[in-house]
Ligand binder design. Sequence first.
Ligand SMILES: Cc1cc2nc3c(=O)[nH]c(=O)nc-3n(C[C@H](O)[C@H](O)[C@H](O)COP(=O)(O)OP(=O)(O)OC[C@H]3O[C@@H](n4cnc5c(N)ncnc54)[C@H](O)[C@@H]3O)c2cc1C
Length: 692
Amino acid sequence: MFSLRNCGLWVAASLTKKRLTLARFSGDSAAPLGTKFDVIVIGGGHAGTEAAAAAARCGSRTLLLTHRVDTIGQMSCNPSFGGIGKGHLMREVDALDGLCTRICDQSGVHYKVLNRRKGPAVWGLRAQIDRKLYKQNMQKEILNTPLLTVQEGAVEDLILTEPEPEYTGKCRVSGVVLADGSTVHAESVVLTTGTFLRGVIVIGLEMHPAGRLGDQPSIGLAHTLEKLGFVVGRLKTGTPPRIAKESINFSILNKQTPDNPSIPFSFISETVWIKPEDQLPCYLTHTNPKVDEIVLENLHLNSHIKETTRGPRYCPSIESKVLRFPNRLHQVWLEPEGMDSDLIYPQGLSVTLPAELQEKMITCIKGLEKAKMIQPGYGVQYDYLDPRQITPSLETHLVQRLFFAGQINGTTGYEEAAAQGVIAGINASLRVKRKPPFVVSRTEGYIGVLIDDLTTLGTNEPYRMFTSRAEFRLSLRPDNADSRLTFRGYKEVGCVSQQRYERASWMKSSLEEGISVLKSIEFSSSKWKKLIPEASISIGKSLPLRALDVLKYEEVDMKLLATAVPAPLKKYITCRELAERLKIEAIYESVLFHQQQQIKEVQQEEALQLPKDLDYLTLRDVSLSYEVREKLHFSRPETIGAASRIPGVTPAAIINLLRFVKTTQQRQAAMDELSNTDQYLCETDKLEERHL
Ligand SMILES: Cc1cc2nc3c(=O)[nH]c(=O)nc-3n(C[C@H](O)[C@H](O)[C@H](O)COP(=O)(O)OP(=O)(O)OC[C@H]3O[C@@H](n4cnc5c(N)ncnc54)[C@H](O)[C@@H]3O)c2cc1C
């Protein structure tokens, strides 16, 4: 029988609250005890590793303090990275020289780009990752990062001093207190404590304090933050059971094979570590009415589902799905946990029923009839801090030089955590140097969208990234994240390596040159049709066409084009990425031109005041959907910038509203001028009359 008390060493060992001491120094081992650091990062999860490495890359002497070195880089839930929207965040983390993308390219076991049927702007780079390998590679990277010291310890409290008068905030953080009472001082501190603040894990009716299965919660720090006056909320999430691979009948299930070739996550990975033919497959099965029955009959034995705290809307538990969408069959993806792992992760089956009932539920699913459950699914409830308490640089308003990143800010997912980690690490370092913060705007990246949503709107459920959250998604594509962020990272903050900078510079100039060559080659459509018969070019009017226009056709790629016109084009097919990016640039050329104009227009008019008396519900002469009208009506934004940040208010609606308000203002100004002129003429007439 499984229970929270007996389901393996992972729980038992850790739930006895050990006092962790300053146990281990790694990385920059020259740092003696009592050294003052520039930056301390608390937590070795996905936000913490990125924050620590980013601060060190920016030249700050950094200390990463975490409960256990052997859990650095642990994937608490799904053995995968990326996906729709999340893949975009990863590309941006990579563009700033973050770690997770390169580590994924060294640890993936099944690479698949999602959303392929749609345009490349919304493709979702995704891969199943070997958990063990990821952790090993991440630890190797972190322990060998120059200027970074890694130390085991549980942070219980913060050291606070007088605030700097030129900044807002009631005090300033200057270090941390560990569980054994020892202290470490620093100029900036980044908190990335994930699900650990007052974490409680749940299976059935059993509840135990823990940050995740096998790890102690963070209680002292939660008290400190509350006492300081931070607004704290409560969220929940959950994970599925793990199943023995050899107990599954894969032969009757749908098999999904990986992409060939694999698309790496990192701009600087030429290829991934494993050939497509050596990668592992995934399998698809579905729930059925029997699963619904077990869930519904046992709701009284399920504390987590009864909780009123909010869970992830877009990654719900099977209980939530059964309750919200009764009588539906739900997908269950059977995903490998690693090359030499005997475990399978049933994605879509996150559950907190008592362990025996979880096993009963699993075995009524096709292919899982004889499945052996190795570890039960469980839920976790934890404190998060209202992210409206942080600035776009992720520094808190209340405590100077204290930064928050990751799940502590109400987000869910490794990618969201990593993205915030990079930004917090960079800004913690910049703050020490008294340099201006590094902020990514909504028009520059998904990172900007994520942080802007969090800091302006807050969240009351675990926030995850989607492409639909980004207004200008046609220009914020996974393929061009380097051109948006690498140069800023290199020139403004120094967090990007010379090698990456040179690669991005070469790509930028090659793309510019390639596009101008493609624009300069012009033939009649009938000549193009002869050169490339595969292309569905219409020859009716035989108009002149540029090579860039021909490249827009679905059937045409750079290889085909270079076969037709070899001399000027063959040099652009020697690099796969360059050839693919030229094709993407061709697809979006005209759309992007218009979008760039719109981005500029919105940027210039961000502060434009919206009339207070606008009745959005009945407003005529402006094309707005009813949904958008309702959102504007309830939010009553003061400026066009604020309106553009309301989720669900589309870029097209913002442009329409902006143009409407400006035209109305111009009309009003013209009328005012006219009436002033009338008045002037009137008064001149009167004067003239008097003179006469
Ligand atoms: C049970 C469970 C289910 C999940 N399900 C999903 C899901 O379905 N979908 C999804 O996208 N995401 C899910 N997640 C979330 C995902 O794991 C997180 O979003 C991601 O790991 C957050 O990264 P982070 O760096 O903020 O925190 P974490 O990865 O949790 O890392 C926190 C780190 O901080 C350390 N730490 C905490 N407190 C202290 C302290 N006081 N002193 C020193 N070190 C400390 C911890 O030891 C740990 O290393 C789940 C997480 C859990 C635990």
